[in-house]
Design a protein around this ligand. Structure first.
Ligand code: ADP
Length: 544
């Protein structure tokens, strides 16, 4: 027997309708290119998103077509999040930090006809344009005066497009399973793979962000997402902001310490989301200032994911800001959230050290995502916090396959997606990632966690960044090799670093060698390119 409840399609436009109806004057603040702040209410965003929808119609863009954006976190990019998806068109947020050949590949693969771009990317767009056969229209995100002098086919100004419309438009209803947005994973090897989200998956993921044990996003919060809008839909925060009527602060391209501090202080930010580097940059800037009082800020919660969070970030946020760090784990294929590190009631009784140990884990499994750990033959392992294996995920916001099938089989017959991460799960659902499957060091058949060694190494006061890779070894097949960069004006020797690590890890985990390098190679998402380090240093221990 079927239930007798209404079958209303779960569409992204419903979030904006809600924000407009009940929170029209709640602000969306954006840092513009010249550093000034732009303010608009959710009512204004909704009006402009509708004008954008009308303009897209006038440009002849049909439902299901993919339009690309190359843009930072500003109100205009936010309007595209709603105006494009609300029209039934697919928003393809392109990471401008990708290498040119990857940019060409994904824009071509997505068959983008229109590219919306921030004026700061004009040079990049001009270089790419001759190699983008599918693109027929370019829209610069600004007013006509700002239009770069570029020889681009059909170059339009975003503000002209909006000004020509009247905003008298109602969001269409369509199947909630329709595609809403497209993100490519950076793909350290092979071509980038497209993950195609649906309205339904996005709405369900957004509901999860509002849940107290996930991110507890509510009308009471002022949100500062430093994660780029082009990175997995900014972890879904823009949608949750609209769906709750939270104030949203968008930092543009300026993530330096001073700009961030100003936003935290002047906009009354209560919740910020950023990768650890952003916090380390802020802390380094703060060290050079006199008379700052981070304790007086309203910042209470900080979400960090994408890479393991160093302890210093957790400690500094707690001790100096009075803020709690929530570590989250996920990936493009998971929309991205799989876990968030909220503690349980019985953890209130623990001392600070024990609580910090829990916060250093990758987070606790959230409702909506099933996680399990399996061995190399795919057999499930116990959730006991010690059995290390491959992490698999399943759920309504986990992908079922890559765009156009390019990227291989994504899930097994039972719908389990192999995340490529190695780690443990415990009975409470806390996840500890020890490695990417491809980065693990296998010494004499035993796994050594490169992430744990790296986290410990960056705890040394002279170390800026650390990477552990598997180096080939005659007797043990692989042994850990530690590469570090040093903070400005600091240096460290191999003996000093090994002495620093020795009391903290099992003896057989100690790296066989330590190399100080001038710079680390990074991927477009800011992660250390271990594949490159491996190709350069895998034979280091054999060189003699
Ligand atoms: P990629 O960087 O591979 O293009 P994503 O941006 O989707 O793709 O990153 C996903 C990966 O980032 C995860 O598979 C995991 O290895 C890593 N990751 C995400 N969150 C964390 C975390 N909190 N701690 C450690 N690693 C993490």
């Amino acid at each position: 027997m079927l239930g007798l409840m209404q079958q209303r399609e779960l569409l992204i436009s419903s979030f904006l309708d809600y924000a407009e109806a009940y929170h029209p004057r709640v602000e969306v603040v954006s840092r513009l290119r010249d550093g000034t702040l732009h303010r608009i209410g959710w009512g204004g965003i909704a009006d402009r998103a509708r004008r954008l929808a009308q303009a897209l119609q006038r440009l002849g863009i049909r439902r299901g077509a993919r339009v690309a954006t190359l843009a930072w976190n500003t109100h205009r990019h936010l309007e595209l999040f709603f105006g494009v998806t609300g029209s039934g068109i697919v928003l393809h947020t392109v990471n401008p930090r990708l290498f040119p050949e990857q940019l060409r590949y994904i824009i071509d693969h997505a068959e983008n006809g229109v590219v919306f771009f921030d004026v700061e990317f004009a040079g990049l767009v001009a270089d790419l344009a001759p190699h983008l056969p599918t693109v027929h229209t370019y829209v610069a995100l600004g007013v006509r005066d700002e239009l770069p002098d570029l020889a681009l086919p059909n170059l339009l100004a975003y503000e002209d497009l909006l000004a020509a419309e009247d905003g008298d438009f109602a969001w269409p209803m369509f199947d909630e399973n329709s595609a809403s947005s497209l993100c490519y994973t950076s793909g350290t090897t092979g071509n980038p793979k497209g993950v195609l989200y649906s309205h339904r998956s996005t709405v369900l993921h957004t509901f999860s962000l509002m849940a107290v044990d996930t991110m507890a996003i509510s009308a009471r919060e002022t949100l500062l997402p430093c994660a780029p809008l082009f990175h997995v839909n900014c972890w879904g925060i823009p949608y949750a902001a609209a769906g709750t009527g939270a104030k949203l602060v968008l930092p543009g391209s300026r993530l330096d310490g001073e700009s961030l501090w100003e936003l935290l202080r002047d906009e009354g930010v209560t919740f910020a989301a950023a990768v650890p580097t952003v916090w380390l940059t802020l802390f380094a800037w703060m060290e050079r200032q006199a008379d700052l009082n981070p304790g007086a800020l309203k910042l209470r919660r900080v979400l960090s994911g994408g890479t393991a969070v160093p302890r210093v970030v957790i400690d500094t946020l707690r001790d100096r800001f009075g803020a709690t760090l929530l570590q989250a784990w996920g990936m493009t294929e998971l929309s991205p959230l799989g876990t968030v590190g909220n503690l349980l009631p019985r953890h209130d009784a623990l001392d600070e050290e024990a609580r910090t140990a829990l916060r250093l884990k990758q987070g606790r499994t959230i409702y909506g995502i099933e996680l399990r750990v399996v061995d190399e033959a795919g057999r499930p392992l116990p959730r006991d916090g010690t059995s290390v294996g491959l992490i698999q995920a399943r759920g309504p916001w986990v992908l079922s396959g890559y765009f156009k099938g390019d990227g291989g089989q994504a899930v097994d017959a039972d719908g389990w997606f192999g995340t490529g991460d190695v780690g443990t799960l415990d009975a409470d659902g806390f996840l500890t990632i020890t490695d990417r499957a491809k980065d693990v060091v296998k010494s004499g058949g035993e796994w050594i966690s490169s992430i744990e060694l790296e986290n410990l190494a960056v705890g040394h006061p002279a170390v800026q960044e650390a990477a552990v890779i598997a180096a080939r070894h005659a007797r043990w097949q692989e042994r850990p090799l530690l590469l570090v960069t040093c903070k400005e004006g600091r240096s460290v020797t191999k003996a000093e670093l090994l002495a620093f690590l020795a009391p903290k890890v099992a003896k057989w985990w100690l790296p066989d060698d330590v190399i100080c390098v001038d710079a680390m190679p990074h991927t477009a998402t800011g992660k250390v390119q271990k594949a490159r380090l491996r190709s350069e240093y895998a034979d280091w221990l054999e060189r003699g």
